[in-house]
Design a binder for this molecule. Structure first.
Ligand code: ATP
Ligand code: MG
Length: 585
C-alpha cells in the first residue's frame, strides 16, 4: 500500500504557517476544556451552536465580515455578512416561535443549496429546536421515512419539492404541523402551507438566542445508507466544541479564509463543515447551488480566490479523469489547504493533486456518528498517499479485535483490525434515534467501534482497509477493496473502480472488479487483460481481481460513495436492501 507511493514532505515554512504546527506537541498540550475556552458560553454554562457560529462574531464587532457567499446556478451572487445572518436567523427563529414551534421540536429542510437552507438550519438552532437536513434529491419514500423516524414538526421546502415528494402523504404524518415554502405566495400555495418569505417579512428582526444546555439535542443526521438502512444519529449543542476546533486543526481554518466545502448539507459533512465549523471560525464560506462540473469548479476556485477547499474523493477522481490540462488553465495560487472525506482517497489521486495544485489533497476520516473529523492529514504533517493520517489531538484511536466477549487493542504496527475510538469527544452521537440496541452495540470494552477496518503503521499513520462488511476473504487472504481499487485506478485507462468478493467453491471468495473508463479509453478484451495484468503485477495473483467488468457508471450514494453491497446483491441476485440514498434512483 504505502511503499509504492513516495511520501510528500512538508517544508519547514508549511509547518510554521499551519494552525497546528507540531503534531506531537499539539497532542500533548490539547484538552477539550481548552477547546471549550475558545467559545463564548452563555450564562450557567449554556451553549448554542447558532450563538457560536453567528451572534458572537457580531457581538465582537465582526458583523460586517462576509459569512456566506452564495453562487446561484446562473452565477448570480448573494452575499450575507455575519450581521445579515444574525438578522435573518432571528427572523426565522421568530417565525418558528410565533407558530409555537419550540425547544426540542424537529424542523426538517428539504432544499437545494439555497440561502434559505442556511438560514433555516441556523435559525432552528437559535430557537432551540432540532435541525434535520434531507437531500433535495431524495424520492418521496425516503423523505417520508426520515420525517417519520424523526417525528418532524415542521418542514421547510419549495413548492415544487412539496408537490412532488410530500403533499400526497403529508396528512398521514400526524406530527407534521407546519410546512413553510420558500416560494413567494402569489395566491397559488397549497392549503396548509405557509410562504416563508411572507412570514419572514413580518417577523421581528431580533431574537434572543435560546440558552440551550450543552446536552440538548441540536441535530438529527441520517447516515449515508452505504451499508444498509440509514440510521438517525443524534447530536447535541456541545458538538460545536469539536466542530470549531477540528476546523482549525484539521482544515487549517482561520479568520480571513475563503473556504469552500462542496458537500451537500443533506449529509453530515455539509452541515458540520459546510455550515457550522467555518462560521464558528469566522471565515467566508462559498456555497454553490449548482452540481459538480469540472470547468465550473475550477472557475469558482480561481474567481473566488478559495484558500481552503474540502471535497470528496469522487470529485477528486472526476477532476483527475478530466486531466491536468484542464486545471492548468486556471490560477490556483490562493489555494492553501485541500482536504477530502467520505471514502478512501486513492494514493494516485493524492499524487495527481500534488502535481496539479499548490498543495496535495489531505484525506481525513470520520462518520456521521462521530460528528466531526477524527483522523486527518494535517497541513504541517508529511502526507503518505493512501493514508487517512493521524488522530486529532484529543482523540484516542486504536486498532482492535473482538476476541469472544473481549476487545483487544492490536498495537503491532500494520496489524489489521477494527478502527475504534475512546468515547468522550464532544461531537460523539448521543444515540441512534429510537434504536437503543443498535446504539449500544457500537460500544464494547471502553471503545466505540466504527465498523471500518484499518491498520496503523510504525509512524502512527492510519490506513483504511475497507468497511468490515466489504472485506473479502480469498484463499486465506484478507483483501480490502480499497487496496485493489487503488491498484486498478493506477491503470491510465481506469477512472473509478469498485471491488467485491464473489463466492467461490475453492477459494471461498474471488475478487471481482467493476471499472469505469477515462473518456479516451476503449472498452475491449485487450484493455481488460491489460488492466488485470497491471493489478496482478501490483498486488500479486492472489489479491488481483479475476474478473473485470466495464461499466458506464458505478452505483453510488447521493453523497458520492460507491455502494459495493448493491453491486454484490445484483451480481448474486439477492435483495437490494435499502436503496433510498442511491444516486439516480
Ligand atoms: P451507513 O452507515 O448508513 O452505511 P455510511 O457509513 O457511508 O453509511 P457516513 O457516516 O456518511 O455513512 O460515512 C462514514 C463512513 O464513510 C466511514 O465509516 C467510512 O467507511 C467512510 N469514510 C469516511 N471517510 C473516509 C476516509 N477518509 N477513508 C475511507 N473511508 C472513509
Ligand atoms: Mg456508517
Amino acid at each position: 500500500m504505502s511503499a509504492t507511493w513516495p511520501t510528500i514532505t512538508k517544508t519547514p515554512q508549511a509547518r510554521v504557517q499551519a494552525v497546528l504546527g507540531d503534531y506531537d506537541q499539539a497532542c500533548r498540550e490539547f484538552s477539550w476544556d481548552e477547546a471549550r475556552s475558545l467559545l463564548d458560553y452563555m450564562p450557567n454554562g449554556c451553549l448554542n451552536i447558532c450563538h457560536q457560529a453567528v451572534d458572537r462574531h457580531v457581538d465582537k464587532g465582526n458583523g460586517e465580515v462576509t459569512a456566506l457567499r452564495w453562487i446561484g446556478r446562473d452565477d448570480d451572487i448573494q452575499d450575507f455578512t455575519y450581521a445579515d445572518l444574525q438578522r435573518e436567523t432571528a427572523k426565522f427563529a421568530n417565525v418558528l416561535k410565533v407558530n409555537q414551534i419550540g425547544a426540542g421540536d424537529r424542523v426538517f429542510s428539504l432544499l437545494g443549496r439555497i440561502p434559505q437552507l442556511y438560514i433555516a438550519a441556523l435559525g432552528t438552532l437559535k430557537n432551540g429546536s432540532v435541525y434535520s437536513p434531507l437531500f433535495a434529491a431524495f424520492g418521496p419514500d425516503p423523505v417520508r421515512a426520515r420525517m417519520e423516524i424523526g417525528e418532524a414538526t415542521a418542514l421547510v421546502t419549495t413548492l415544487q419539492l412539496y408537490r412532488r415528494k410530500v403533499e400526497k402523504w403529508r396528512h398521514e404524518l400526524s406530527s407534521l404541523k407546519h410546512v413553510f415554502l420558500t416560494d413567494d405566495d402569489n395566491g397559488d400555495l397549497p392549503g396548509g402551507t405557509v410562504s416563508l418569505n411572507a412570514a419572514m417579512a413580518s417577523a421581528q428582526t431580533e431574537f434572543e438566542t435560546v440558552h440551550t444546555r450543552p446536552e440538548d439535542m441540536a441535530l438529527l443526521h441520517f447516515t449515508s445508507g452505504t451499508t444498509g438502512r440509514p440510521k438517525g444519529a443524534i447530536h447535541v449543542h456541545e458538538a460545536v466544541v469539536a466542530h470549531g476546533i477540528t476546523g482549525r486543526l484539521a482544515l487549517d481554518l482561520r479568520a480571513g479564509d475563503i473556504y469552500w466545502c462542496t458537500a451537500d448539507p443533506g449529509w453530515v459533512t455539509g452541515t458540520s463543515y459546510g455550515i457550522i465549523s467555518p462560521l464558528v471560525n469566522g471565515v467566508t464560506m462559498i456555497v454553490d447551488e449548482a452540481d459538480f462540473e469540472v470547468e465550473r469548479w475550477y472557475r469558482i476556485l480561481e474567481q473566488q480566490q478559495v484558500s481552503v477547499w474540502y471535497t470528496a474523493p469522487t470529485a477528486v477522481r472526476m477532476l483527475m479523469r478530466a486531466g491536468s490540462e484542464q486545471a492548468q488553465k486556471y490560477n490556483f495560487s490562493k489555494l492553501r489547504f485541500l482536504s477530502s472525506v467520505g471514502e478512501p482517497l486513492n494514493p494516485e489521486a493524492v499524487a495527481w493533486s500534488a502535481k496539479t495544485f499548490p498543495t496535495p489533497f489531505h484525506d481525513n476520516w470520520w462518520q456521521t456518528e462521530t460528528g466531526g473529523i477524527m483522523i486527518a492529514n494535517f497541513a504541517s504533517m508529511d502526507v503518505k498517499p493512501g493514508s487517512m493520517g493521524k488522530p486529532l489531538p484529543g482523540v484516542d484511536a486504536g486498532i482492535v479485535e473482538r476476541q469472544g466477549e473481549k476487545i483487544v487493542e492490536l498495537t503491532k504496527p500494520g496489524a489489521l483490525g477494527e478502527l475504534a475510538l475512546r468515547p468522550g469527544w464532544p461531537s460523539m452521537m448521543r444515540g441512534y434515534l429510537n434504536e437503543e440496541q443498535r446504539y449500544e452495540k457500537c460500544f464494547a470494552g471502553g471503545w466505540y467501534l466504527s465498523g471500518d477496518l484499518a491498520s496503523k503503521d510504525e509512524d502512527g499513520y492510519f490506513w483504511f482497509i475497507g468497511r468490515a462488511d466489504d472485506l473479502i476473504k480469498s484463499a486465506g487472504h484478507l483483501i480490502g477493496p480499497f487496496e485493489v481499487e487503488s491498484a486498478l485506478i493506477a491503470h491510465p485507462a481506469v477512472a473509478e473502480a469498485a471491488v467485491i468478493g464473489l463466492p467461490d467453491e475453492t477459494a471461498g471468495e474471488v475478487v471481482k472488479a467493476y471499472v469505469t473508463l477515462n473518456p479516451d479509453a476503449k472498452a475491449d478484451e485487450t484493455l481488460r487483460k491489460a488492466i488485470i495484468a497491471t493489478a496482478r503485477r501490483k498486488l500479486g495473483p492472489a489479491v488481483a481481481p479475476r474478473q473485470v467488468e466495464f461499466r458506464d457508471a458505478l452505483p453510488k450514494t447521493r453523497s458520492g460513495k460507491i455502494m459495493r453491497r448493491l453491486l454484490k446483491a445484483r451480481e448474486l441476485g439477492l435483495p437490494e436492501g435499502d436503496t433510498s440514498t442511491l444516486e439516480n434512483n
